[in-house]
Design a protein around this ligand. Structure first.
Ligand SMILES: [Zn+2]
Ligand SMILES: [Zn+2]
Length: 344
């Protein structure tokens, strides 16, 4: 089968390669891939800033149909419409595995990074990672389950209550737009912020029913938040850009005892933040890493009940042989989410 393989470290080195069709192990399933999303991680891997085990087939956000199951698999059968968590291997014994926090297991191996992923015709996944698609979740939406689970994971790091809380999501990329939609389901007033270069994304946010989509280069975000909160400030900030200036803006916008959730990843891990704000306002700051098993069924339900529209973020589709085009369209800023399809 044809697969998009990261062959060597460094920039590029991503090629369509003919690889042997994989067979499922005893506790695994073989999935015919329908759609695979391009994630920020795939871009970082392509550009050589993110280390993966090479050679490896990239891609970890996908939907597909089961075509074969291992001898111990009774829960699934060929023909099932599914998506899969990215976890391929965990130790199963550490404290984090015991509590279902697989995203924190130090021995975890993920699809598309340490194990062959979904930019191919077929992918192998472990049965514990598989989720059947509810009736009203199509294959395009289902390829968005993983990023939506990441958004859900982040939102649940904060205690968001109906009505009284103004939540600011910094950054209208795919994760920001999904995060804002998840927050809306809690009944909070949601503001999403971006720059002039995010015009398309801010318009999408309005289309999706986000209360305020603010271009901070044209509007004064401080006065908007203050006027909505009687001068107190926002209850929660979810930072989805990974830029230092956004973090400091978020700390400024928060009310006393506000909650700050860091989702975006920074270019350099050490950053200069205004610690004074954290101390003087008694801000609670927490990081959010990826997603965990208990995030998956709730987000499939959110899509099934049409409470979150993940499909609306998909602006482009290409096949895996068109990687360069897909990459360029993302880099140019005209795309929000790009999906890839397999080739024969
Ligand atoms: Zn991802
Ligand atoms: Zn573990």
């Amino acid at each position: 089968m044809k697969a998009l393989v990261k062959k060597e470290p460094g920039f590029g080195n991503l090629e369509i390669v003919d690889v042997e069709e994989p067979r499922p192990g005893k506790d695994q399933v073989k999935i015919l891939v329908k759609y695979s999303g391009i994630c920020g991680t795939d871009l970082h891997t392509y550009e050589g800033h993110y280390k993966v085990k090479v050679p490896v087939i990239l891609g970890h956000e996908f939907s597909g149909e089961i075509v074969e199951v291992g001898e111990n698999v009774t829960e699934f059968k060929p023909g099932d419409r599914v998506t899969s968590e990215t976890t391929y291997y965990i130790c199963g014994t550490c404290n984090y595995c015991q509590s279902g926090d697989y995203n924190l297991c130090s021995s975890r191996k993920g699809l598309g990074t340490q194990q062959n992923g979904s930019f191919a015709k077929y992918v192998i996944a472990r049965k514990e990672s598989i989720h059947k698609l509810p009736e009203h979740v199509d294959y395009v939406s289902a390829a968005m389950t993983e990023p939506l689970a990441c958004a859900y994971h982040a939102v649940n790091k904060a205690a968001i209550k109906e009505g009284d809380v103004v939540v600011v999501v910094l950054g209208p990329g795919p994760i920001g737009l999904l995060t804002a939609q998840v927050v809306k389901t809690y009944g909070a007033t949601v503001i999403i912020t971006g720059l002039s270069t995010d015009k398309l994304r801010l318009e999408k946010a309005k289309e999706l029913g986000i209360d305020y989509a603010v271009n901070i280069q044209e509007e004064d975000i401080n006065s908007i938040v203050n006027s909505l909160t009687n001068g107190y400030g926002a209850g929660v900030v979810l930072e989805c850009t990974g830029t230092v200036s956004a973090v400091n803006m978020g700390l400024e916008l928060l009310k006393k005892k506000g909650q700050f959730v860091q989702v975006g990843i920074f270019a350099k891990p050490e950053i200069l933040i205004n610690s004074e704000k954290i101390i003087q306002k008694e801000i609670t700051m927490v990081g959010s890493r990826s997603q965990k098993p208990s995030d998956w069924e709730p987000v499939l339900a959110l899509m099934n009940e049409k409470k979150v529209n993940a499909k609306a973020l998909v602006t482009h589709q290409f096949n895996i042989a068109q990687w360069d085009e897909a990459y360029n369209v993302i880099k140019s800023g005209e795309a929000i989410k790009v999906l890839l399809t397999p080739v024969d």
